[in-house]
Design a protein around this ligand. Structure first.
Ligand code: TRP
Length: 322
């Protein structure tokens, strides 16, 4: 599917479709199918979609569909429009809520729900189903997964795959998507993963925050209060520090884009100054009354490691790689 193609600006984790689902490891989405095979494949996709509504057959259908989701043409509209299918996927999702707290989710249950999430990602990625998906508020069903703390694999995997769905939504720049995500308070959930997730899920979460910041409404939202700005800034700063031990170019790239966007913005600068005043941290910041000078101040406040050559990067913004 064209809209699933990777581009230079997104985490490679879900460039192809979603973070690797258990079913897609070691097979599945191979090369493009020949035209002659297409009708037969489609028929089996239809059968598998029907199977999703049968509790006995659902587990296998989830596995097969998520494995082959890239070779089934227009799987997303089929999933969205066939009777009972989305309800079946949501049923899968809510069925594991009781295992989130206390955290007792098994690997098998996590894999199964991640296959359902991979299908929802397919729906979130398709141009014809993305907005209906949003209007139905389906992403809200994933928020409890992002609100978990356990660092075990089943939970890490669940957060990564859920972020993959949100990542698919923000990949296409659409202010309606950003508005929905802001209204439903996705940012603190992303910040949580940016603080405690694996490198891959940190990358997807930072990519989402970057996409939000690149939207004017998103930037205004984050800079509307010093607390919000400070929450984002301090998580970015902590990630930079931990990158010194465990370098990741793809993660660093998204962190830098967040910083560049923030430092470009006069409102941010005011937030920044306000925050410094509140904390009485550095009185010299108060002299930065002009945004230009405050931008310089911000540059001076970037984590040293971004400037001292630790990561061998340029802080110049390059629109070509956004
Ligand atoms: N209700 C909080 C707010 O509107 C949500 C929030 C918490 C938040 N931490 C944040 C929003 C960090 C943006 C950034 O501020």
């Amino acid at each position: 599917m064209a809209n699933l193609q990777s581009s230079a600006s997104e985490p490679s984790s879900f460039a192809g479709a979603s973070p690797p689902s258990p079913s897609s490891i070691g097979g599945g989405a191979g090369g493009a199918a020949s035209a002659a095979q297409e009708p037969r494949k489609m028929a089996s996709a239809e059968q598998l979609v029907l199977d999703l509504c049968d509790r006995e057959l659902r587990e296998n259908a989830l596995l097969e569909l998520s494995k082959k989701r890239e070779i089934f043409q227009d799987l997303a509209p089929l999933l969205w429009h066939s009777f009972g299918t989305i309800a079946a996927l949501l049923q899968e999702i809510v069925s594991i809520y009781p295992a989130l707290s206390p955290p007792v989710l098994s690997a098998g249950a996590s894999n199964r729900v991640c296959n359902a999430l991979a299908l929802l990602q397919c729906v979130a990625s398709h141009p014809d189903t993305r907005i209906p998906f949003l209007h139905a508020h389906v992403p809200l069903f994933l928020y409890p997964f992002l609100n978990t703390f356990s660092k075990t694999r089943p939970f890490e995997y669940l957060r990564l795959t859920s972020l993959g769905v949100i990542g698919a939504l923000v990949k296409v720049d659409d202010t309606e998507v950003i508005g929905f995500l802001l209204q439903t308070e996705i940012i603190p959930l992303c910040l949580r993963t940016m603080e405690m997730g694996s490198e891959l899920s940190k990358t997807v979460a930072t990519f989402i925050v970057q996409k939000i910041l690149l939207d004017d409404i998103g930037l205004r939202y984050v800079c509307a209060t010093p607390e919000r700005f400070y929450a984002v800034g301090s998580v970015l700063g902590n990630m930079v520090i931990s990158l010194a031990d465990q370098p990741s170019t793809r993660l660093l790239k998204h962190i830098i884009r967040c910083y560049l966007r923030l430092s470009d913005n006069p409102r941010f600068v005011l937030s920044f100054i306000w925050h410094q005043m509140i904390l009485h941290l550095s009185s010299h910041v108060l002299i930065f009354v002009l945004p230009r000078r405050a931008c310089v101040a911000l540059h001076n406040c970037l984590p040293d490691m971004l400037k001292d050559g630790t990561f061998n990067i340029s802080l110049r913004d390059d629109p070509a790689t956004r």
